[in-house]
Structure formats: structure tokens, C-alpha cells
Design a binder for this molecule. Sequence first.
Ligand SMILES: NC(=O)c1ccc[n+]([C@@H]2O[C@H](COP(=O)([O-])OP(=O)(O)OC[C@H]3O[C@@H](n4cnc5c(N)ncnc54)[C@H](O)[C@@H]3O)[C@@H](O)[C@H]2O)c1
Length: 356
Amino acid sequence: MNDSTPLQLGILGLGEGRSILSACQTSELADAALLCDLNEDLCKQRCAESGVEHYTTSYEDMLSRPEIDAVAIYTPDPLHAQHVKMAAEAGKHVICTKPLFKGLSEAAEVKAAVEKAGVDVMVGQSCRFFETFSRQADERDKVGSLLSVEAHYNGDKRKGTSGSWGKAGAVDWLYTGLSHPVDLVYWHLGRIRSVQAVGTLSPAGEGLGQTAPDMLHVILEAESGAVGRVSGCYGSPHAHPDSEPMIGCTLRGSAGTTQAWYPEFKYCLHTDEEGNVAYNDWHRHGYYFRWGGASHHAGEFQNYLEYFVKHLRAGTSPRPNLNDGIHVISTLEAIGLALQNGEKVEVPDISSGENL
Ligand SMILES: NC(=O)c1ccc[n+]([C@@H]2O[C@H](COP(=O)([O-])OP(=O)(O)OC[C@H]3O[C@@H](n4cnc5c(N)ncnc54)[C@H](O)[C@@H]3O)[C@@H](O)[C@H]2O)c1
């Protein structure tokens, strides 16, 4: 790969993988060189939709191709660790969708494989790349010194996720859901020191065969001393869309407060310096949501794909990188412990890898 040729990307998992496929079609920085899914009918369908000519049903086959620079992984959560490790061992750079892993049990071996191979791994935390959340981060200084971050991702998942594994009771909303708001809090506040949490399992979740709570509220303490709160409720209907966003993030600081909504394009500030300001970038809807409604938010994927390629070209680490992702998973694992024992749980410092 050099500065003028598009990144040759292999896409693994063609459900949500459809979004990065769309991103490759509209970006000049990357080509979808090869598609991969165990489901051959889905491979054929995605090739027909996109005009991509090549597919395989074998991940090993994809990884053996020298022309592939990087792989983008959209398989079910429990497979991510194994799939990232295999990619690193084949010398491929990686974009892995959220949650990076489902727990830390395989994190040490993945980290060792990635460091040995010297490849880059970026977590596809799509929220960071949505219009409102990016603007909020760009304008973080406007709130003064940051004191509190509150983030949530709620959704009506009483019938499971759109993916087939989500209907078989295999989803743990702690990882699948809270990975979004916990990453938002970490992005703004930095390392999380401790967590406290409560949760309950909804009748709908129980009916799907889930065993972990799917109605979750958490408070977090950052090493900086600032505080955070995240919520995720998946076993009840959506709130009225005028009353709260599906995903939201509020920053409160010594000089202002900002609020960003998703999937609406609302972003509001109230600062000592500027007073009340509100934006609504609705005209950007078509770029982000390419199949109508608010599903398959391909614009965020295009933003993170282009960011990834620019960092590879510059030789810098695209973030959230593997260490960022592991800290988020470590925080989620601590939340899982706090849900079980009802106590405040310290988040281990795994930056050196010693506590993995
Ligand atoms: N905001 C986001 O970024 C976002 C949104 C939705 C889903 N996701 C994540 O994307 C992932 C996939 O979710 P989904 O809803 O598309 O699920 P899905 O079940 O629809 O798709 C997963 C696909 O992976 C394929 N697959 C599984 N194992 C494979 C293997 N070994 N080799 C090749 N293909 C394999 C399956 O056949 C299936 O088509 C999950 O981790 C989910 O959390 C992220």
C-alpha cells in the first residue's frame, strides 16, 4: 500500500458489513477487494448489490491473499477476538466492529499477536464518527474543564437484534449495547477508575433466552476525578422520538454544557460565552443513512474507514486502537462484576498488558 493506491480491504461478515461495503463504493481511499461470509447466498447478494466481483466463504482463504492490505470484521461479538488474532497472524491491518471482544479472556493473546505482527487495529466505534458526536468532540473545549459525561444507547430489542445470532439469546447487551456509551465516556474523560451498576433482565429478553440483564444503569469515575453515567435499556419500546434520542451524549463542564443526538442531527450548546446555540444538520441524512430510516449508518463507516487509511499512510495509530478498545472491554467487564456483586469495582490498569 502506498499514498496513491486505495487500500485493498477484505470484508468479513456481510450483515452490518454492508455499511463498510457501501463506504468503499463512495470513498476514493479504499476498495472492497474481497467479500467473505459463511452464507454463500449473502455473498452473492452483496456482490450483486455492489458490483464487487470476488467473494469467498472461507476467512482463511481471504487472509491468504497477498493483495489484501486490511480486513474489516463484522462477525458476531463472540468471534471478534479469534478473527482479529487470525488477521494479525496473517499480517493484515484490522478494523473490528464494536464490541472489540466479549470479555478479556482472549485479550492477552490477541494483543501479543498484534504486537508481534506490528499491524494496526482500530475499533469501529461508529458513534465517534457520526456528525453530532464528532462536532461535540471538536468543540469539547467550549465547556471549560469537563466535570461530567452522561451517555446512553437505548433501543427496542424485544425481538432481538437484526442479526440471526441476536435472536438466539446469544446477545449480552452489556457488550453489544453499552460498548457505545462507555466508549463515548472514555473518549471524553480518559481512563475509567471504577464503576457501580444495577441491571435487570426484561421479560422480552428472558423470552429470547438471554441470561444477562438488558436494562442497565451505570455510574463511572474517571482517573481525572470527573464522573460519568451510562445507560442501556433494550427490553422496552423506544421513547417518543421528540423526548430523547436513541443514543445521546451530554458533556457538562465549568463553562458550558453540550448535547449530541443520534440518529437525529441535533447538537445543542449552552456556554457562558455563546449562550444558547442549536444546530440541526438534517441535510446530512442521506450521506449517513443510505437505505432510508436509521439503519445501516454507512456514513459513519465511511468516516472511520477514511480516517483509518489516512493514519496508515501517515504511520500513526488510528483510534480507538487496540489499547483503547481493551480499556473499554475492561470497563465493561468491571461493570459485569459490579452487576453481580452490587459493589463498586475498580477497573484494572491493563495499559502494560500485565493484568490481562
Ligand atoms: N454501530 C455499529 O457499528 C454496529 C451496528 C450493528 C452491528 N454491529 C456489530 O456487527 C457485528 C455483526 O452484527 P450483524 O447484526 O451484522 O450480525 P449478522 O448475524 O447479521 O451477521 C454476521 C455475519 O457473519 C457471518 N459469519 C459468522 N461467522 C463467520 C465466519 N467464521 N466466516 C465468515 N462469516 C461468518 C454470518 O454468516 C453472518 O452473515 C456484531 O458484532 C455487532 O455488534 C455494529
